[in-house]
Design a protein around this ligand. Structure first.
Ligand code: TXA
Ligand code: MG
Length: 322
């Protein structure tokens, strides 16, 4: 079915549509989500259909406050409470044993459910006026770059959804950091994201960081090719790569500078001041900007492997994988 996309700021309309079982786009501080009632199997099925997302890839549920999480899970480890105290609402997602009223379609059959408390004020408002959690993956077609503005959502899913709730530009710009507990009771970072590992370790000490796995596609956000533009993205020594082709048909993503021999309009400098927060904020919008230009290739360099540079590099590596 095709719809005319409607971008608006009416939380009341959003709540009505969601309550009657529709999937709509919502803003969060990380990226825009494609949200539906997590307790309504038919509504959740619409998310998978709209995104063309494989059903083995489970969804995160979103709640207004961490105090509501108990209703949906079987116990919360103390270390997660400590993290929640410090970082929620915010860009962190917890993997917890689910209660039975969370439908299997949400978790792809897993006994664990991913739970997040988004801080975006518009979605906070929405979550407060409905009485169920929202299942929401990023609002992009499966495998493409995640959207950080309402217009990004309209560009790609506009004809498939009734309403895009506009909350402006996402301030974090990369998806939440996902944490779980392993069998030894240690915290594992399952997806590097908008909350840095350093910030987490300040609260709970050393954590384990799970690296990308191609063989285990049910692990969070871990498909090796993901977040990918249409134009091939190649990682490496950016100066050497930049000299290797036609400058007019070359796109560039650098961490903190512009290259002399490539037109400036073809270049995304993530942060002129080497600020990781700003770089994360600019990453997906920058990839999209270059992807709609008439280019043969996008060359990118990695950020320093620290702070949000870890999440930025994770996304760049997946974008480059094909
Ligand atoms: O910042 C975010 O987390 C955004 C916003 C919209 O909240 N959401 C997001 O959702 O990034 P999505 O679906 O694009 O990525 C969530 C990842 C998926 O790769 C999924 O595999 C993993 O979380 N995940 C969700 N539930 C899980 C579960 N029960 N067990 C293992 N992995 C899970
Ligand atoms: Mg996603």
């Amino acid at each position: 079915m095709d719809y005319t996309p409607f971008i608006g700021t009416d939380v009341g309309i959003a709540a009505k549509l969601i309550t009657r079982g529709e999937a709509i786009a919502i803003p969060t501080e990380t990226v825009y989500g494609l949200a539906a009632n997590a307790l309504d199997v038919r509504a959740v099925a619409k998310i998978f259909a709209i995104k063309q997302r494989p059903v083995f890839d489970p969804l995160i549920i979103h709640l207004a406050d961490f105090s509501y999480v108990d209703e949906y899970v079987l116990g919360i480890p103390k270390v997660f409470r400590q993290l929640a105290e410090k970082f929620t609402p915010g860009p962190i997602t917890f993997l917890l044993k689910k209660r039975s009223h969370i439908p299997d379609i949400v978790t792809a059959g897993s006994p664990y459910v991913a739970v997040r408390i988004p801080s975006h004020p518009v979605t906070q408002h929405l979550l407060k006026i409905i009485d169920f959690p929202l299942a929401a993956p990023s609002a992009n077609p499966f495998g493409y770059i995640s959207p950080t503005t309402a217009q990004h959502v309209a560009d790609q899913l506009g004809n498939k959804i009734y309403y895009i709730l506009d909350g402006g530009v996402c301030t974090v710009g990369v998806e939440s950091t996902i944490v779980g507990l392993n069998e030894q009771g240690q915290i594992e970072v399952l997806r590097k994201g908008g909350l840095s590992i350093e910030s987490i370790e300040e609260v709970v000490g050393k954590v384990i960081v799970r690296e990308t796995s191609v063989s285990n596609p049910t692990a969070p956000g871990m498909l090796s090719s993901h977040y990918a533009p249409r134009i091939p993205l190649v990682l490496g020594n950016i100066e050497a790569l930049a000299d290797s082709g036609d400058p007019e048909r070359t796109g560039i993503i650098t961490f903190n500078r512009l290259l002399p021999n490539i037109p400036h309009k073809n270049q995304i400098m993530l942060s002129g001041t080497s600020n990781f927060t700003e770089a994360a904020f600019n990453l997906f919008a920058g990839m999209r900007y270059l992807d709609q230009m008439d280019l043969d290739v996008i060359y990118a360099e990695l950020a320093p492997e620290m702070d949000l540079g870890v999440a930025i590099n994770d996304r760049l590596r997946r974008a480059a994988h094909r």
